[in-house]
Design a protein around this ligand. Structure first.
Ligand code: DGJ
Length: 715
């Protein structure tokens, strides 16, 4: 009898637990769990976000109770993820759980879709989570459908709301400006809101790219601590709102910036928000970055697992002042250096208003006859004869008022009809919400590719934010402009990718003014900054590496900092996608020889540098030195870069501990990219991975602007 009772109680409790578990939706990667809970009231709450919980029986003990996709007008007093004004003027929405399902996404990710609906209005929301299990990356977006007979207005429509309950929150932001991108600063969050956003429209992230690091409980280091890194894949205005409530719980709302962007949704129309991509690491910031790099290379970046070409760009060598002879001479320089491609920058187009400066010609994409009498075809031929590829610069979204395009199509230009025009870099932004403008922008690439199929690369620039915000095309829907501009851009990029799937393209925006993971579906790489001073680049490349892999970051050797040796400049640039923007006449013979050899090393080591795991060993922000290493998947091969920036005269120098190696294997060290100086003491020696990671190597000196590159090969 006693036994029977125990069995009945056990069965009942099992049954209760399994019912309870049914009310939980777990979204798990290898090491992370995001768990939702359907409350007794039928609404959806986030129960947990953190290190993976593997025992489902524990879920019922989770205490997280902030609504998963908080709506305006209900009892929670904090910032909502969704604010809909219904067709009857009622601004409240209450979402209840309907169902959820798990399936495979097109790229193999595991996709969880949670469907929610309002029982007073036929509004539905789907929250969609794609999980990349091995990378611990979750890509979230929302789809909002208007089931009403009349249009509704979306006042805010976030991609994601995550809630976290920890003792302290430390936010790292990456602010800056032209030639001064991604300065990292960390601050503790307290009650109230901290907003990171942009309202610049086209050159949207000029002051701050759309990503952040958030350390939980205590500031994370590169190798320790809990950190959430998030980024919005949207090539326009974004907003991250970090809000701490009265119980010290943090809500992170990520999405399109609702500023001047109320969006009218027609009956049966669906609004698909951009992806919010995040990873959660218990192993510090380094692990979080590696998660995102690996995810990007494998699933997001255009040709993410493919090769990248080294190049010589003429921008800093000539600016607008060139002709055929000069360009062909630079192609010879490209050959002497041993790069794969010559890239022709701004200044090659315009006849009525030749593009002799940034004051005119933008929009008129015909070769300037006085500069290029034999057109781009001749340059392609010359490059082919010399055994290199040819690439070309465009800025197709923009127009100078002094251009034939502007004279013909003022109605294609974003401008306020009744006010004085405000220019940024003497130019204006074309209205990509207009399909005719989309055709024009697509046509810029398509016409060039049709005329000159040998073109092997595009650098796509975007130097102006949207000024004078008014679309002649959108008429009474002006608040759609920021969103429809970006959607128009995607339509164009989609057409280009469909017609020219293998065409590599660089995303540029007056330096690093517009970079995000939606644009990078269409671009193989981006230009992080016009600032190519190698010391500044140590910081800029470091900042961008928080989220973007080395493979995507173009890094060019120039004359910006003549105090830095050519070796130092090449070593810094070799940590990314290597290029040159220099004339051979700026270099001595031994420097050219050095560059050739370094490019040879780079080509040989590309699989490690561009596709390996990145370990940031010493941050330039720590002061006087910097060091980064990359290790291939098999842990057979690694490359380490070390830089003395501004050391003190009698600094106490410590060995640097390496990371990512196999402790039980031996690695032979060879110093490469040498130029005259004595090699480091470790050159030619063999060490165990354990030694290298526990004791470390002496990499630094007290001399300014010294650098070393080490190749580690397993024995
Ligand atoms: C800004 C870019 O960042 C530069 O590299 C160069 O292409 C100029 N525009 C050309 O105008």
């Amino acid at each position: 009898m006693k036994h029977t009772l125990i069995i009945i109680v056990a069965l009942a409790s099992l049954c209760f637990n399994s019912m309870a578990q049914d009310r939980y939706i777990n979204i798990n990667s290898d090491n992370v769990s995001l768990i939702y809970h359907v409350g007794d009231n039928g609404r959806l709450y986030q129960a947990y976000l953190g290190p993976r919980l593997s025992h489902k029986s524990d879920y019922a003990n989770l205490t997280g109770d902030i609504e998963a996709y908080l709506t305006h007008g209900m009892e929670d007093y904090f910032e909502p993820a969704l604010h809909i004004e219904h067709s009857d003027g009622n601004s409240s929405t209450e979402l209840k759980y309907v169902s959820h399902s798990v399936a495979s996404a097109a790229d193999g990710a595991s996709r969880t879709t949670i469907s929610l609906a309002d029982d007073q209005y036929p509004t539905t929301v789907e929250l969609i989570f794609d999980v990349y299990a091995h990378q611990d990356v979750i890509v979230e977006h929302a789809e909002i459908t208007n089931g009403e007979k009349r249009p509704v207005k979306l006042h805010s429509y976030a991609s994601s709301l995550l809630s976290i309950n920890r003792s302290h929150y430390f936010l790292t932001e990456f602010s800056g400006d032209w030639a001064n991108e991604v300065n990292m600063s960390e601050s503790e969050l307290n009650f109230g809101k901290k907003v990171l956003d942009t309202k610049l429209g086209s050159r949207a992230s000029m002051f701050m790219p759309s990503f952040f690091q958030l350390s939980l409980d205590a500031p994370a280091t590169e190798t320790s601590g809990n950190v959430l890194v998030g980024t919005l894949a949207w090539t326009g205005n974004y907003r991250f709102t970090f809000e701490i409530d009265q119980h010290h719980r943090l809500r992170v709302i990520s999405g399109i910036n609702p500023y001047f962007s109320t969006y009218e949704l027609k009956s049966a129309e669906k609004f698909v928000t951009p992806d919010f991509i995040f990873t959660y690491s218990t192993g510090g910031r380094g692990k979080a970055s590696r998660n995102l790099h690996s995810w990007a290379r494998n699933y997001r970046l255009k040709n993410g697992t493919g090769n990248r070409m080294t190049l010589l760009n003429n921008w800093e060598a000539t600016y607008f002042d060139f002709n055929e002879e000069k360009l062909v001479g630079l192609m010879d320089d490209a050959v002497r250096l041993g790069v794969d491609m010559f890239l022709l920058d701004d200044g090659w187009f315009g006849n009525k208003y030749p593009r002799s400066s940034d004051h005119q010609g933008l929009g008129d994409w015909q070769e300037t006859e006085s500069k290029l009498p034999h057109k781009v075809g001749y340059l392609c031929e010359q490059a082919a004869k010399k055994g290199i590829k040819f690439g070309i610069w465009i800025e197709p979204e923009m127009v100078n008022p002094k251009s034939e395009l502007y004279e013909r199509h003022k109605d294609w230009v974003i401008h306020l009809p009744n006010r004085k025009v405000y220019y940024f870099r003497n130019q204006m932004v074309l209205d990509l919400s207009n399909p005719a403008v989309q055709d024009h922008v697509f046509g810029v690439v398509d016409r060039l590719m049709t005329a000159y199929p040998q073109i092997a690369f595009f650098k796509w620039d975007c130097n102006s934010p949207i000024t004078n915000i008014f679309s002649p095309y959108l008429k009474d829907k002006q608040t759609h402009l920021y969103v429809d501009y970006v959607r128009g851009l995607y339509k164009v990029l989609e057409r280009i990718r469909a017609k020219y799937p293998d065409l590599p393209m660089m995303l540029c925006s007056g330096g690093g003014g517009r970079i995000d993971y939606e644009a990078l579906k269409y671009f193989t790489e981006f230009w992080p900054s016009d600032n190519t001073d190698p010391v500044e680049r140590l910081y800029i490349q470091y900042g961008f590496s928080s989220v973007y892999p080395a493979k995507a970051q173009c890094a060019h050797v120039t004359t910006w900092n003549k105090n830095a040796s050519i070796k130092f400049r090449v070593d810094v640039a070799s940590m990314g996608k290597l290029g040159f923007d220099i004339k051979c006449s700026d270099l001595k013979e031994d420097e050219i020889k050095f560059c050739r050899e370094a490019i040879g090393n780079y080509n040989r080591l590309k699989p490690v540098i561009l596709d390996g795991d990145m370990y940031r060993l010493v941050s330039p922000y720590e002061g006087n030195h910097a060091s980064t290493m990359m290790v291939d998947d098999a842990k057979d091969h690694a490359v380490l870069f070390a830089f003395d920036i501004n050391p003190r005269y009698s600094e106490h120098l410590l060995p640097v501990k390496l990371q990512g190696l196999d402790p039980n294997r031996n690695y032979r060290i060879t110093e490469i990219n040498r130029m005259g100086d004595w090699p480091l003491g470790c050159d030619g020696k063999t060490y165990s991975g354990e030694f290298l990671m526990t004791v470390g190597l002496h990499l630094f000196s007290t001399s300014r602007l010294k650098s070393h590159v080490l190749e580690l090969t397993v024995q």
